[in-house]
Structure formats: C-alpha cells, structure tokens
Design a protein around this ligand. Sequence first.
Ligand SMILES: [Zn+2]
Length: 233
Amino acid sequence: MSILIKNVTLLPMSGEGTIVNNAYVRIKGQYISEVGTGNAPDGRDDLVIDGSGQLLMPGFINTHTHAAMTLLRGYADDLPLMEWLETKIWPLEDQMNGDDIYAGTRLAILEMIKSGTTCFADMYFSMDRVAEAVRDTGMRAVLARGMVGVGPEHQQALDESRELVANWHGAARGRIQFILGPHAPYTCPPDYLKRVIALAEELDTGIHIHLAETAGEVSDIEKQQGKTPIALM
Ligand SMILES: [Zn+2]
C-alpha cells in the first residue's frame, strides 16, 4: 500500500521549529518512504490525499489518561477533586467490570485517533482488558495498573503488576509498554513507594504517578512527611 499526501504544510518536529510549506510525504507499508517539496515524483500510489490547507505532523501523545472513564463523561462535573472521587467516581467504578473497561477504552481510543493522538499513558484497573483494546485497535500505549498502598489490596497490586508486566510489556509488536502505577502519595505511603521503586528496578520498567494534584494534597503531604510531594519523590 502506497499513500501520498501532497500540497501539505509539514511540521516535522525536528527540534528547530521548522515548518515546510507545499510539502509531500509518501508512505509505503508502515514506513515513510519519501518527503519533499513541490510536485511529488509519480509513485503509482494507491491513495492520494490532497493536504491543501492542512497541517501534517507526528501523532500527539496523551501522557495521562484513565481512558475507560470516557464512559463516565458528564456523570459528575464541577466538584472538588476529593469529593468527586469519594462520593461519585470510586463508588461507580466499583460497579464497572472488565467488559465495561474494554468498551470504554475502545471509545477513548476512537476519540484519540479522530483528534490525532496515537499514543497514550493510561493508569486504571482491569488493565489486561485495556491492553486488549490497545492490541485490537493499533494504538500505542504505556499502561499501568493503578496501585493503592493502604488496605488489603496493597500486595495484590504488586503481584498483579508483576504479572501484567510479564504478560504485556512489549506486546502487540512493541506497541504496548507496561510500567508500574502507584496511584498517588496520599494513597501510597513512603514505605510502599519504596517497594514499588524496588519492583520497577527489578523489572527494568518505569513508574506513572499522580503528584501534587491539589493544594490540599501539597499541604497534607508537607504536614505528614515534612516536604512537598515533588520533594518527597
Ligand atoms: Zn489521573
């Protein structure tokens, strides 16, 4: 399959803010085979797209999502974060099953593709179903199981994360990366975070965490730990 995009304004993101006017880009299979300006040499392309008035650039990367929450859009708005989580979101999430997560993630992926996002970093639960949605749609993603370091689920979160990294890291021809997702300093005390860091080092993988989300968190953590959430990390 050969695709030619012609007459387009090109933003190659090469680091110098370069913009190339009246450019063309040819794609053969899954690779860019040619980039130039003016009229493209005839390449017997299967598809020619006129990019007049359009900007062509690499895909966006959404660096923080809970993709399946697309299903919860409009359910609870305009509330302070903790009230929104504790009274609305967490009780509803308790009723969501793996099929809901798969469907919600696919909806989010559809919306991301429509707006030019080709990779996302997701932290949620039922992450095997999120990974299936990524595998089935052609997206790229960096996935993490949300881990809470207090209560009965703290060890399960470590065990499941280890298993998810083993099963999914590098899957879908490398489109999926799996890392660790300690939820936040207010749900993961320092001793637990140290265990997460040790596991990340053992598995040679990364960490995705919420940090300094609200003024309340910053002052609470400063009171408890003697430093801001950023300094604590
Ligand atoms: Zn978040």
